[in-house]
Design a protein around this ligand. Structure first.
Ligand SMILES: [Zn+2]
Length: 308
């Protein structure tokens, strides 16, 4: 059986949830200090069995798991929280104030996800269960959690979603970045901005990147996917592509392009960027598809135009 759990730092493992059979797409970060364990991200409910196998592989007893910390409430990050809570009566979930209502009652989240994914919803994301409200702790900006030997400080980092925290560990310079630091695959110097509808906001995202630059960052831990130490390069590459792709979409829309044409031009742009670097795009395309990226930008620019 393949190993899905990789040690990253003392008391920290990355579990590859092997999303729909694809490695290196969605990760969950497992923390353990010998007494209690925590997860940053749980992945989707469809990855629950793999997640539990990964925790065992790290030698961590499941019932040591006391803290489920999520960066935001997109299903690929937090969809398994409800199911896990049923198995872990002592665990607590931690979330952004604007994400908490959807963790407690995921019905609206699931409605909008089913508009996007249709009949594939359950196949992709599994059964997303509600989380009892008394077991949810809302973290405000700069609030911290002591969990499994690390102190994690929540940083409000909207742009990808309005309900997004990144978690910084001041003692080690580690950042659990969620989606605000983009999508990058191990071995490649290339960062793709995941820009889904409906909350993408380019300027706000830039402000969040500026927030991250003010922290003394040594390691970026991405949910999609892995650990990176070249922080300055990484954030610069993310920011420039976030802006460049945004301009590309805006020009296309100004020229009267339809959605399909926008998707095609993003695809061609990415293909040529990645070919120049010798990158196989398949993993990037699963983690942040052109359709999703295009739809987010299109909605962003239309909303901006409506505002004048
Ligand atoms: Zn997301």
């Amino acid at each position: 059986m393949n190993t899905i759990t990789t040690p990253i730092a003392p008391g920290l493992w990355l579990i590859d949830l092997n999303f729909l059979g694809n490695p290196r797409i969605i990760g969950a970060w497992l923390l353990y200090d010998g007494k209690e364990a925590a997860l940053v991200e749980t992945g989707p409910a469809s990855g629950l069995d793999t997640l539990i196998r990964g925790i065992a592989e790290a030698g961590v007893p499941l019932n040591a798991l006391k803290h489920l910390i999520v960066t935001h409430i997109h299903l690929d990050h937090s969809g398994a929280v409800g199911q896990l809570m049923r198995q872990l009566p002592e665990a607590t979930a931690y979330v952004h104030p604007r994400g908490a209502p959807h963790l407690i009652d995921p019905s609206r989240l699931l409605q909008s996800a089913s508009r996007l994914y249709g009949s594939l919803l359950e196949t992709l994301w599994g059964e997303t269960l509600p989380v009892p409200s008394e077991r949810v702790v809302v973290l405000q900006d700069q609030d911290s959690v002591e969990a499994a030997g690390r102190r994690l400080v929540a940083h409000n980092t909207p742009g990808h979603a309005i309900h997004h925290h990144a978690y910084f560990v001041p003692d080690t310079g580690e950042l659990f970045a969620g989606d605000i630091a983009g999508v990058r695959m191990p071995g490649y110097a290339y960062v793709r901005p995941p820009t889904p509808p409906p909350e993408l906001d380019i300027e706000v995202w830039q402000q969040s990147i500026a927030t991250l630059r003010q922290l003394d960052l040594k390691s970026l831990y991405l949910t999609h996917f892995g650990a990176y130490q070249d922080v300055e390069f990484h954030l610069n590459d993310l920011e420039s592509r976030l802006l460049n792709w945004g301009e590309l979409v805006r020009e296309k829309l100004d020229a009267g392009a339809e959605e399909a044409e926008v998707i095609e031009s993003l695809h061609q742009q990415a293909q040529s960027e990645m070919e120049a670097l010798g990158i196989d795009p398949a993993e990037y395309d699963v983690a942040a598809s052109y359709q999703m990226v295009a739809m987010g930008y299109i909605r962003y620019w239309r909303r901006k135009r409506e505002k004048g």
